[in-house]
Design a protein around this ligand. Structure first.
Ligand SMILES: [Mg+2]
Length: 436
């Protein structure tokens, strides 16, 4: 069945947010990133791009290329807040949407056009976003995620583009293969060396040859060049969360041990996030008492994958949640509201020491295993009320044997009936409505 997929992307998002607050930046070359020479460019305005400045470039080089640029230190909390306002507006209107990154959403509006022209509908949504947030945004509207995303790229800045089924190949053919989202620098150079420059040339290569050169990825890229991509738009609330929890053999009241366990679990999850190139923006802590009462408390945070930003929030939530002297049977943490994105470690901060520390630790883990290096604060064992502990860490993704042990967050009905935990909306950084 033919689908109608929208890709919406905020234009130079970080710069646009800064300009909202400081209109003096309008029309000027602006670079966002760490402000020292050791920093890198996280984002830049179109005016700066004209001088050859681009994302991920060392700040030193950017300043050489564009000496008049105004360099602004980034603020992830500010951008997270504006990102979520956009998500809220989309969530109110779209039947099915996926938040792909801090500034990108996919919408599946298949079937909508029976009642309403899909281009008109999307145009109105875009105007609505611009009116309510003041942020420029572009969209592509087509038959799948790949073509829509490429269309957005062509529509930018501040534009919209529809590519109907019959025009997919004529639209893609003249474009550079670099426009295919999967093709990075390395693949681009390889294909260029084979004489492949345009999508037209690429789609006329026998797929077997692509497979020979690039393996399974070669087939995926070849399909994309042919305008084929069946990946579904994944509803925001379906997007995977990652979590860890531990059930104790003997119930415990050891607060210090609990805090240490939180450090240990959070460190593990943050590493997992970085490996998957994801950022999280919501932490939930869960406590189950010996009488099986389960309480959860969550907090929205700026998008991050750093332990040192996640751990203090886990501690805070635990302290607010835990009722002194009650025996705990299970402790869990969960990271949700995940989006694609790597937080370049030195993106906004002039802390090369912190950067090299994380890089070095992750390198060790990749080489010698996750437990090869751990925070000392996470190594204190939980004292259980009776000796003989051999508690096991459970992975969220593993099937649980006992249905009673199922995570309430995976089962809303159970959460409703069993959880006495409050939802504490005031605890959130801002009102969250997307996907709930
Ligand atoms: Mg963008």
């Amino acid at each position: 069945m033919e689908r109608t997929i929208v890709h919406m992307d905020l234009d130079s998002f970080f710069v646009s947010v800064e300009r909202l607050l400081r209109p003096v930046l309008n029309g000027k070359p602006v670079i966002i990133g760490g402000t020292s020479d050791r920093g890198v460019v996280a984002s830049c305005s179109y005016e700066a791009r004209q001088f050859g400045v681009s994302s991920a470039m060392p700040m030193k080089m950017a300043r050489l290329l564009c000496p008049d640029a105004i360099v602004v230190r980034g603020d992830m909390e500010l951008y997270s807040r504006h990102s979520d306002i956009v998500t809220q507006i989309i969530a109110e209107k779209a039947p099915l949407y996926e938040k792909a990154s801090i500034d990108e959403h996919y919408l599946d509006i298949t079937g909508l056009d029976r009642f309403f022209g899909s281009l008109k509908w999307t145009h109105e949504l875009r105007q609505n976003i611009i009116k309510n947030t003041g942020l420029p945004i572009s969209f592509g509207l087509s038959v799948n995620k790949t073509v829509s995303k490429i269309a957005t790229g062509e529509a930018k800045p501040n534009g919209e583009l529809e590519v109907p089924q019959g025009l997919v190949n004529p639209f893609l053919d003249p474009l550079s293969i670099k426009k295919i989202p999967m093709i990075g620098d390395k693949t681009f150079r390889l294909l260029r060396s084979m004489g492949i420059g345009t999508i037209y040339t690429l789609r006329n290569i026998p797929p077997e040859m692509m497979e020979k050169v690039l393996g399974q990825n070669g087939i995926v890229i070849w399909n994309k060049a042919n305008g084929i991509d069946n990946t579904p738009v994944q509803a925001y609330w379906e997007q995977k969360s990652i979590s860890a929890e531990r059930t104790f053999d003997k119930d415990t009241t050891d607060v210090q041990g609990m805090h240490s366990l939180l450090v240990h679990m959070m460190e593990k999850l943050a590493y997992e996030l970085r490996q998957q190139r994801k950022l999280a923006s919501c932490i939930t802590v869960k406590i189950r008492y010996s009488n099986f009462d389960t309480h959860t408390l969550q907090k929205r945070i700026p998008y991050t994958s750093f332990d040192h930003q996640l751990i203090p929030v886990a501690h805070e939530l635990f302290n607010r949640l835990y009722q002194r002297r009650m025996l705990i049977r299970l402790l869990g943490v969960r990271l949700t509201h995940l989006v694609q994105g790597t937080q370049q470690l030195n993106m906004f901060e002039d802390t090369p020491e912190m950067t090299s520390l994380y890089l070095a630790m992750d390198r060790l883990r990749n080489r010698y295993g996750r437990k090869s290096i751990q925070r000392a604060a996470g190594l204190v064992r939980v004292k259980e009320e009776i000796n003989g502990a051999n508690d096991k860490e459970q992975d969220s993704n593993q099937k649980k044997q006992n249905p009673k042990e199922q995570d309430p967050m995976n089962n809303r009905q159970e959460e409703k009936s069993k959880d006495k935990g409050q939802s504490f909306p005031k605890d959130r950084l801002y009102n969250w409505r997307g996907g709930h």
